[in-house]
Design a protein around this ligand. Structure first.
Ligand code: SSN
Length: 510
């Protein structure tokens, strides 16, 4: 079947439809393919190999073969390769952003923003490659010195989500390549093409065959392919970003052979606004965080807690600003809110909104229902009617802790406001979740700010700040949001290293 590509690229070579193994573009052994669909129109526009477990050994053997050389390559050379990749991605930024929009639905400006964010990783990890250092010390036993050397752990596997498919690949691969590890990536079935464009540019940048492999697959084959990748004896490290449910399965598979793994899992992040907050500042930060990718970020503001004294005012502010969003196809000029990436996302969001209303919440904006075709966010119906997985931004007030939206990640453009009275009460509610990815607090009281940093249970705390993700800062959760860090100084690369302790006896020295 042939497909019509719904956009034009300056560099059409970026569009690759086969998997990438050992420097070759390859098909699945079964010959099967699966379709890539534009969430903004519900139309398939490409197809990629539907790899299964039988395709794994070839890719991992290649990764292992490449590791033998890449793992001992001089760090300066690895840094140069990462930088060459960085420069090529920069040159092709606009084109890759377009592919991203037609895979994920996110508006072009946001897609370009993801590219800028992602390029932070290649820039940062090019620097980190040369800064991997051991340690030396003098133990209590006489005449001895101990030292620690760090070495790449071995071939790694990355299981990558669809919501930030470029950033997640570059964050994981950047750290792996800096450490000297090779990586086989399994992109999400929704977003294989951006990953393949990165593979193409990695090859142009001069990475040796096998350093960066990509195995694409369908939703149906994802469990068996992932399992085969994780369990392959030559794989020494697994990194996964996705739901807590799947994260637990990944951790279980890794545990069988004591394989090191990094898990970046779900969030259920509270966003707390105290009476003494600067409401304009809080609103700016909230708008950017909450509606980013139609609410589909793991660190999104999932529960909005507003103190009683400013609750009504802030509700009105957030409703007025949200009405100005322009919902539509991500590729259309001026769109600020795209569709969600999958129809299943809409089903979950509808159920959550319905549950909230049934339990006493008031819907003050939107419908909480999927709609066909893009409309203005104010419900005026002036949209383009293009089909796709749309829900106009929905705001609910009078939320309570027993509702589904308080307990689960929403991952859609639905926002619920909870009213609270005291700091003690809100901290209790905020922490009343098995998740611990990010939390946000807005206050101008310095003592309270510090208490929030210490008392909120999350791996990342935004203080008068919404999104703080950046290559320079460690990213990662606590509790059931996972373990291990990505990005940041030393900690991210350490996930791909083993440490060896050497002990040396010196004659004639103290
Ligand atoms: O959704 C997960 C990643 C979001 C981020 O890196 O800021």
């Amino acid at each position: 079947m042939s497909y019509r590509i719904p956009f034009e690229l300056k560099n059409p070579d970026l569009l690759k439809y086969d998997s990438y193994v050992h420097g070759e573009w390859v098909k699945a052994k079964s010959g099967k393919t699966f379709e890539v669909v534009d969430p903004g129109s519900d139309k398939a526009w490409a197809a990629c190999p539907d790899n299964g477990a039988e395709d794994v050994d070839n890719a991992i053997q290649s990764s292992y073969k490449a590791f033998k050389e890449f793992g001992v390559m001089n760090p300066r050379k690895r840094a140069e390769l990462i930088l060459a990749w960085h420069n090529l991605i920069t040159e092709n930024k606009d084109d890759i952003a377009k592919i991203l929009t037609y895979e994920t639905g996110k508006p072009l400006a946001e897609a370009a923003g993801e590219l800028t964010y992602s390029l932070g990783f290649t820039w940062w990890f090019a620097g980190e490659a040369e800064r991997i250092q051991g340690a030396i010390s003098t133990p209590s036993a006489p005449n001895r010195r101990t030292f620690i050397v760090k070495q790449p752990i071995g071939p790694a596997v990355a299981l990558v989500p669809w919501n930030f498919p470029i950033a997640m690949v570059m964050r994981k691969a950047g750290a792996a390549f800096a450490a000297g590890c090779t990586m086989t990536v399994k992109p999400s079935p929704e977003t294989p093409l951006t990953c393949l464009s990165l593979a193409h540019l990695a090859s142009e940048a001069g990475f040796p065959p096998g350093v960066f492999n990509v195995l694409t697959t369908s939703l149906e084959n994802t469990p068996s392919l992932s399992e085969a990748m994780i369990l392959h004896p030559l794989v020494k490290k697994v990194t996964f970003t996705g739901s807590t449910r799947i994260g637990k399965l990944v951790a279980g598979l890794c545990a069988r052979n004591l394989k090191k793994c990094t898990l970046e899992l779900g969030g259920n992040c509270p966003f707390i606004i105290f009476d003494d907050a600067n409401l304009e500042q809080a609103l700016e930060q909230f708008m950017a965080l909450k509606w980013r990718h139609a609410g589909q970020a793991c660190i999104t503001a999932n529960r909005l807690y507003v103190q009683a004294g400013v609750y009504d005012k802030f509700t009105q502010m957030v409703v007025e600003r949200t009405k100005k969003l322009k919902m539509g196809h991500g590729g259309e000029e001026g769109t600020t809110l795209g569709p969600v990436c999958t129809p299943r996302g809409l089903v979950k969001a509808e159920a959550q909104a319905e549950d909230a209303v049934k339990n006493g919440a008031k819907m003050v904006l939107g419908t909480g229902k999927a709609e066909k075709g893009a409309k203005e966010a104010d419900g005026s119906g002036k949209g383009q009617g293009v089909g796709g997985y749309y829900m106009s931004p929905t705001i609910l007030t009078d939320m309570s802790p027993d509702m589904l939206m308080a307990r689960e990640e929403t991952f859609a453009p639905v926002c619920g406001l909870f009213k609270f009275d005291t700091e003690q009460e809100v901290v209790k509610w905020a922490n009343d979740t098995s998740m611990g990815l990010a939390s946000y607090a807005f206050t101008k009281n310095v003592d309270r700010m510090w208490r929030m940093l210490e008392n909120l249970e999350a791996g990342m705390i935004g203080l008068n700040t919404g999104n703080s993700s950046a290559a320079e800062t460690p990213f990662g959760g606590i509790k059931e949001s996972g373990y291990g860090k990505e990005s940041g100084k030393d900690v991210a690369v350490r996930e791909y290293l083993v440490e060896k302790t050497g002990t040396f006896t010196i004659e004639g020295q103290y």
